[in-house]
Design a protein around this ligand. Sequence first.
Ligand code: C5P
Length: 237
Amino acid sequence: MTTQPIIALDVPSRSEARSFLKSFGDEELYLKVGMELFYAEGPELIRELKEMGHRIFLDLKLHDIPNTVYRAMRNIAALGIDMVNVHAAGGSEMMRAAKKGLEEGAEGASRPLLIAVTQLTSTTEDAMQREQRISLTLEESVLQYAKLAHESGLDGVVCSAWEAEAIQKATSPDFLCVTPGIRPDGSETGDQKRVATPERAREMGASYIVVGRPITQAAASVTAYHSIFDQWKGEQQ
Ligand code: C5P
């Protein structure tokens, strides 16, 4: 079954989130809420979005000692969100603690999916080697972190669609690849470097696509969303 495209709700406030969502009427969406919006509006906004029937990927990229992450994840799961992430660089003990916190916080409901961030796309190979003292190529480091996340029981990673095949080969075919950097043919790439169309992302093994500006900045966001969804499903218009 094709998963819903995840819309990156990169807006600064609740009022802007509301006005963006208004045009979608009753349609239930999958929304990515990141640090900017969450730190401005907090858990209250998440509860409001859940009450509206939306699914939520809470993109907070946790990275701390295992006990702190475990406790934070218990609270995050209690919000009823659907997906959350951590930095794989926090280590296997931290990742296992995150998962345990989510299991406990979900209190019998289904546990939110737990996804790892490997190397940030803003990190260059040169900076990684000099600053993190990792003597691998960037691609090897991404695969190494993906394997660590898989061994730690996580559900998947955030990655470029172009990395999905190698990651699933190194881990397992059902290890989730949540892929931003999606651009329909002919749209602005903005600051994204390695972009893929929704169709290409599907062909390359992406499990979920995360799409921001091609929907949020579109003149007609609802039409843009449905067109991207159709391309992702393979029902090109
Ligand atoms: O507007 P755009 O479609 O580029 O938005 C993509 C979303 O995915 C943004 O919220 C961005 O922060 C996020 N993201 C990304 N690349 C990553 C990780 C997250 O673009 N490697």
